[in-house]
Design a protein around this ligand. Structure first.
Ligand SMILES: Nc1ncnc2c1ncn2[C@@H]1O[C@H](COP(=O)(O)OP(=O)(O)OP(=O)(O)O)[C@@H](O)[C@H]1O
Length: 275
């Protein structure tokens, strides 16, 4: 799996911004010349339940992910990774704080506006593929465009499906495809709208290691070649080592950040966090 004429030149990659201890506003840390992050949250608090039984899943988190980068979110079980991703992606609402997608304040949108924003500007990739079983691979890929009444860019579709090695499988239904092929269909669906950010939740969790590595290399290629922004939650240090950087969470707080992560560096940090 690779991009045709794949350039090895990294896209412009301003380094990721993230509050170290959640005490400073994210915006305050940006130099004036730096572009706004592709996705960010400031003073994010998420409390599930209330009173004694309440769980503070995010505890005043300031975080931003620059565009054109492949970022991973890691941390021990229950540290708030999924909650953070769901809040940034507009799938969940923070109890307080602000979520920005580019220049758009998601926390200020109505439910309908949020739905449209997710559909038109965000790509999603889940562990369980989430393909519709009655649709062919191609129909699944084109579904987000269909829903928004947009015409498919055939050239882009061909480029994507050829790069992913699924161009010969487009008439098949998901049940006729391997797990790796199904996830590649899901990747094409996530990228077909040219979203501002792709959020991936354990995208390799259901794949064998070779299919997983191929998928991660493809995602990395999409970042390198056309500046896609990818934010991925993962438990897997091998998966995280494909990213440009890793943000570590512990107990609902940002606990650190690793640039150009190696598997060993990630494992080391997780051990220190008790993950
Ligand atoms: N819907 C919910 N209701 C109540 N508590 C929740 C809910 N969702 C998450 N939590 C709690 O919030 C905390 C953070 O959960 P979250 O799923 O974000 O963590 P995580 O780091 O993604 O965990 P894992 O790695 O196990 O998937 C945990 O203590 C969890 O039990």
């Amino acid at each position: 799996m690779s991009f045709p004429n794949g350039s090895q030149q990294p896209a412009a990659a301003p380094s990721e911004q993230g509050g170290g201890n959640g005490q400073h506003g994210f915006a305050g840390q940006l130099a004036e010349s730096e572009p706004a992050p592709a996705t960010s949250g400031s003073a994010l608090v998420k409390v599930y339940g209330s009173g004694e039984a309440g769980v503070r899943a995010l505890d005043n988190v300031d975080i931003g992910f620059a565009g054109g980068r492949f970022s991973a979110i890691m941390g021990p079980s229950g540290s708030g990774k999924s909650t953070l991703m769901h809040c940034l992606a507009g799938l969940d609402t923070p109890t307080s704080g602000r979520v920005m997608l580019g220049e758009t304040d998601l926390t200020g949108l109505s439910d309908k506006q949020l739905t449209l924003t997710r559909r038109d500007r965000i790509g999603f990739l889940f562990q369980s593929f989430n393909l519709l079983p009655t649709l062919t691979a191609e129909q699944n890929i084109l579904l987000p465009l269909e829903l928004s009444g947009r015409k498919p860019d055939r050239q882009w579709l061909n480029e994507l499906t050829e790069s992913l090695g699924i161009d010969q499988r487009l008439r098949h239904r998901p049940s006729e495809l391997s797990g790796g092929q199904q996830q590649r269909v899901a990747v094409a669906r996530a990228l077909v709208t040219r979203p501002e950010v792709v959020f991936a939740d354990e995208p390799t969790g259901a794949l064998d290691s070779k299919s997983g590595a191929n998928l991660l290399e493809f995602l990395r290629g999409s970042v390198r070649q056309f500046g896609q922004t990818v934010v991925m939650v993962t438990h897997d240090p091998v998966a995280a080592s494909h990213a440009d950087s890793v943000v570590l969470l512990a107990d609902g707080n940002i606990a650190g950040r690793i640039e150009e992560p190696t598997q060993e560096a990630v494992l080391d940090s997780l051990r220190r966090l008790g993950g």
